[in-house]
Design a protein around this ligand. Structure first.
Ligand code: HEC
Length: 143
């Protein structure tokens, strides 16, 4: 527990992250609800879980990507309140992929999360994800 609190405290000052009122709580929520699959540093695993590290904020640059991030089953169906989940998703983006965050990023609000999580992605999520990745690829090529 001490190690957990210490590493949570090392995540930086509360004001450093937009839409994250309590980064320590967000980090603990991540540890309890997400890192079993996504790994402590967001690296994922090759077989089953995509990396968040250096990747996750790229979805914010393509149409539908913002919605997708809140509708994947691991996010939409987690047993956290809308406000806790909004904070956790805002934290996840800034903790693992700050460099890909759009400059005009608007943090997820509890109301937005509430609306999006009512439409969780199911079997169509793989196809949805693939088309978003394709859109990102095209965007990169344009540059
Ligand atoms: C049971 C394993 C599992 C858990 C637990 C889990 N995820 Fe995921 N996550 C996945 C998989 C697999 C995907 C890829 C999309 C899909 O098939 O659902 C994914 C996709 C994502 C994405 C979209 C990025 C992408 O590349 O697809 C985000 C953001 C994300 N997860 C965040 C979280 C957060 C935050 C939590 C904790 C609240 C969490 N996940 C819990 C397995 C998990």
């Amino acid at each position: 527990m001490m190690a957990l609190a210490a590493s949570a405290a090392a995540q930086g000052s509360p004001s450093a992250m937009t839409g994250v009122a309590n980064p320590e709580q967000a980090h603990i929520d991540y540890i309890l609800k997400c890192q079993g699959c996504h790994q402590p540093e967001g690296g994922g695993d090759i077989a089953h879980t995509p990396p968040l590290q250096g990747e996750v904020a790229r979805f914010l640059h393509v149409p539908g990507g913002r919605e997708f991030l809140a509708r994947v089953p691991g996010v939409a169906s987690v047993d956290l309140s809308d406000a806790r989940l909004a904070q956790l998703l805002n934290w996840t983006l800034q903790r693992f992929d700050r460099s890909n965050m759009p400059a005009d990023f608007e943090p997820y609000s509890a109301a937005e999360i509430s609306q999006l999580r009512r439409q969780p992605l199911r079997l169509e999520r793989e196809a949805t994800r693939a088309s978003l990745l394709a859109a990102m690829g095209e965007r990169t090529r344009d540059h």
